[in-house]
Design a protein around this ligand. Sequence first.
Ligand SMILES: [Fe+2]
Ligand SMILES: [Fe+2]
Length: 189
Amino acid sequence: MIEKLNDYLPEKRKRHSLNVAKSAMRLCEFRACDRKKAEIAGILHDTAKYIKFADVGKYCKKYGIELDDLEKESTALSHSIVGAYIAKYEFGIDDEEILGAIRYHTTGRPNMTALEEIIFLADLIEEARDYPGVEELRKMAYSGEIDRAIVKSIDNTITLLLRKKSTIHTRTVDARNYYIRKIKSMEKE
Ligand SMILES: [Fe+2]
Ligand SMILES: [Fe+2]
């Protein structure tokens, strides 16, 4: 699988993918997740990252992928959806949990599965990631504050998207609302 990854990713992105796998396995400590699945999802999450914008349509036709309007406009969004189909049809992965983790790794979504949550976070905190606030996010995540880390990472993403005047996928906003409400309701208990 790692060898086959060479056909899809340059060395730097391959390293990122292996780092995500490593980080995801570490996060399994805090969620009911299969470590092997976390590893596979991490390794495969970005296989569609280097598909050119002009070629996305070909993959959609080939694999019957339906993208929404925001996903159609941006490979930053579509690569996770297309990646789930590449994992399925080109790497032979039929585990729905792994495919979901790949599918939602960029936007997140409300009420993510355990595997979706840890891949979403691992992508943003793997050891080579270096941006303002990453250390704080790592501390949160690796101390088991998964829900808070998810909200924090969405806040970071939305702040960046606002600054870039980019569109924000509604799934990301919905995910943030979900996890904020989840944290609040747990605090009440
Ligand atoms: Fe990605
Ligand atoms: Fe990634």
